[in-house]
Design a protein around this ligand. Structure first.
Ligand SMILES: Cc1cc2nc3c(=O)[nH]c(=O)nc-3n(C[C@H](O)[C@H](O)[C@H](O)COP(=O)(O)OP(=O)(O)OC[C@H]3O[C@@H](n4cnc5c(N)ncnc54)[C@H](O)[C@@H]3O)c2cc1C
Length: 384
């Protein structure tokens, strides 16, 4: 996005990130440790509550401010993946929760006293086909009894609350595949050890992701968000914000790679001159810049639509696709520009390379975006 938007916010995020330089992230990455100090500092500075209305204690800013924050974190070499969900997962509660639920939860989320940064949708057997999830919540008096399994649920061990998508009516019994799903707000502090088991999954990047096992977990019926059976629609609603924010992280990553590559190419001398004097080295850097600038415009466009309250599913998807591909091109270029040093932990490039690769798969994979564009925008026949 426009690198000059929200100059004051950007400057203070940059200042905060300067306290968390490469060696901090390298140590966390090496040990797959959660960056608690960084998340605490961001929370204290109020950066994670910018999307929460002022009446609940947040800053009441739009998505544009949130994108500026995440872009700066990633541009600095850091990673917002440890806490970005604290910004947007509450959107489901804000948009579809009752007045009593919002009053009960949002002020704590805004202050950071309550962490709502787990979002449980994906299951091992359903994959991207969310309507075939099997985790089931059976109503029993004032409770739902939840059984099933989720995978890739990030930050569950570092969250007090989780927005959970479950089936409340079997798929075979509903008219449309997306019907019969519901959203529950699960209090993880009560749930763990009482019907919920969390198992960490070690991945190629430090993302605190986990597998969840539900074995007759009791969730108060009062924690149902919105209307039973309508949950899939609520989750889809929230996904646009997530896609735009992830796209902003990709733009930040891309800027990190391009800055690093340009500086290194100007400085590194081989065969008696700067490697950046060779067009074979400088053109990929320039191409990465061009691609990233175009992707940033699309991110800006999707953000502006979102903030104006206009439907933006297609634009959010396209922004995420373009930004994730632009950051990946920049990542690959940056490794190549650095030669052997691109592989050295101390340069942060190999870590950021691994981190930015995720965004072509999660939160939605490139093929699924192309399928959306092909069938919804171009009206081609549906493949599923
Ligand atoms: C580190 C990490 C963190 C994550 N965090 C969360 C989280 O916090 N909460 C959560 O709910 N989920 C989370 N996810 C899950 C993520 O959203 C999914 O991995 C992603 O949506 C892809 O789904 P899948 O892995 O089931 O792939 P699948 O659906 O099994 O697809 C595998 C591949 O096949 C392709 N494919 C599938 N169907 C088609 C088709 N019809 N046409 C063309 N191509 C197709 C896909 O594009 C993909 O490339 C996370 C994943 C990772 C890796």
């Amino acid at each position: 996005m426009a690198a000059d938007s929200f100059p004051e916010i950007r400057q203070s995020v940059r200042r905060l990130c300067a306290d968390f330089p490469g060696p901090y992230w390298q140590e966390k990455d090496r040990n797959r440790a959660y960056p608690t100090e960084f998340v605490t500092a961001l929370t204290a500075a109020g950066f994670l509550s910018v999307l929460i209305p002022e009446v609940y204690g947040g800053a009441g800013l739009g998505l544009a401010a949130a994108t500026a924050i995440l872009e700066e974190i990633h541009h600095s070499g850091g990673n917002g993946g440890a806490c970005h969900a604290q910004m947007y997962v509450m959107g489901t509660l804000l948009k579809h929760g009752s007045a009593a639920q919002k009053a009960a939860w949002l002020p704590g989320i805004a202050s950071g006293a309550l962490r709502l940064q787990a979002f449980g949708v994906t299951e091992p057997t359903s994959g991207t086909d969310t309507s075939s999830i099997r985790t089931f919540a059976r109503r029993d008096g004032d409770y739902y009894i939840v059984s099933g399994q989720k995978i890739w649920i990030s930050r569950a061990e570092h969250s007090d609350l989780m927005v959970l998508l479950v089936r409340t009516t079997a798929r075979a019994e509903v008219a449309r595949p997306g019907d019969g799903m519901s959203v529950l707000l699960v209090d993880l502090r009560d749930a763990v050890g009482n019907g919920l088991t969390i198992r960490p999954v070690r991945t190629m990047l430090n993302h605190a992701t986990t597998e969840l096992f539900f074995d007759d977990l009791r969730v108060p019926a009062a924690n149902l968000i919105g209307v039973e059976g309508q949950g899939f629609r609520y989750i889809l609603d929230g996904m646009n914000a997530e896609r735009v924010l992830i796209a902003a992280e990709c733009i930040g990553d891309g800027r990190f790679f391009i800055d690093r590559a340009a500086a290194y190419a100007a400085d590194r001398n081989v065969f008696g001159r700067a490697i950046g004097a060779n067009q074979g080295v400088q053109f990929p850097i320039a191409r990465a810049h061009v691609q990233l600038a175009a992707a940033a415009l699309m991110v800006d466009h999707a953000t502006a639509l979102f903030d104006a309250g206009v439907r933006c599913g297609t634009e959010a998807n396209m922004a995420k696709l373009l930004a994730s591909e632009a950051s990946w091109f920049a990542a690959d270029m940056c490794v190549q520009t650095h030669g052997g040093f691109g592989f050295a932990e101390a340069y942060d490039i190999e870590r950021k390379f691994r981190e930015t690769r995720l965004y072509q798969v999660a939160p939605v994979s490139t093929n699924l975006i192309l399928s959306h564009v092909a069938t919804h925008v171009l009206k081609l026949p549906k493949s599923f």
